[in-house]
Design a protein around this ligand. Sequence first.
Ligand SMILES: *Cc1c(COP(=O)(O)O)cnc(C)c1O
Length: 430
Amino acid sequence: MLSTKNFDGIEPFEHKIWLSSPTMHGGELQYMEEAYRTNWMSTVGKNINEVERLAAEKVGCRYAVALSAGTAALHLAVKLAGERLYGMARPFEGTLKGHRVFCSDMTFDATVNPAAYEDGEAVFIDTERDTWNMDPAALEKAFALYPDTRLIIVAHLYGTPGKIDEIRSIAGAHRALIIEDAAESLGASYKGRQTGTFGDYSAISFNGNKIITGSAGGMFLTDSREDADKVRKWSTQSREDAPWYQHEEIGYNYRMSNVIAGVVRGQFPHLEEHIAQKKAIYERYRDGLSDLPVTMNPYDAQNSEPNFWLSCLLIDREAMCREVRGEKEFLYQPEAGRSCPDEILEALAHFNAEGRPIWKPMHCQPVYRSNAFVTRQGNGRARSNAYIDEGTTPDVGMDIFRRGLCLPSDNKMTPAEQDRIIEIIHRCFA
Ligand SMILES: *Cc1c(COP(=O)(O)O)cnc(C)c1O
């Protein structure tokens, strides 16, 4: 450990405290076993039908199509949107070829990669400070810069709903479609409505670290029967209704397995319980860290109820020690009374607890280095290519990345274990 802070008297955790790991309850095994016993071991079966019903019912949409991953759901959503906006592409071309897509910037790369799969050009929209999601003011700016854009992909980071009304109204004014990435926010609501119902197409994920899991898996959500049917067909290799394998379109092997669906089916009854545990974790951090120069990841308590998937903290500017980050490494200078994300993450790791940096904004990812980036001031690219050091806060997303971190948020963590983590963080600021 690089830090010179005093951690005397703190014991390492015997079992690792994870950021967010699967929490099983027993029912999962029963449904998996049933799939095995009845030999429905492929991509058809009762578990699949049931999880589609459960998801549509929980979220409040008409149709849910179970797929192999949330990324697959986002890909097919993007493909559908492209077809609807620009017509059927030539057979071996992406449906978004030659078109821009406005995308959340501070998110996991699976939100935005599907635009690239369909040959679209992502334009990244900066983040706002109230919920750490897409900034409507920056989105408005982006439409001023690129008025012919017709597609928006927006995520709800860490389970916190973004400024949905504002974004929907801007999209409406520009006749743009919305793809909602609710992968991290299953069970979160905005003005009484569940996330996953606000996009023209929406996606959720059952990846291993999400609020409920199938070990893998995801779903495409929509109110359109025609679109649901199309996604189901694409996800099963675009087989036509014919005696032999007949194909009129390019297909994908994206359907969920009935075994995976058994895990998801066993998890669904525990969604609300997981959310309650995550909320208690968030509140315990908020209270336990209230005497430090930090704030928690914010949300709009008036209009939204997050699922509290990950608890994060943001260090006050004045309380940051000097830290520089390159592409793959960092360096900081320990300082009394101050700290920085990597000092805290190193301390947590030393005691066998897993935190993580804030998702690094997409406009700073080497793979997207040539894509446009728009802040509420306008084109953000010129300034934000700068090397990230403690003196520069080029945009909101980069500022949160620089000063923030994700805390261990596993719902199996006990209050006593969480108190130890809170103590470690206090020592970092001593
Ligand atoms: C996990 C995640 C995805 C992708 O889901 P997978 O099921 O892992 O493919 C997409 N977007 C966000 C924001 C995610 O966190």
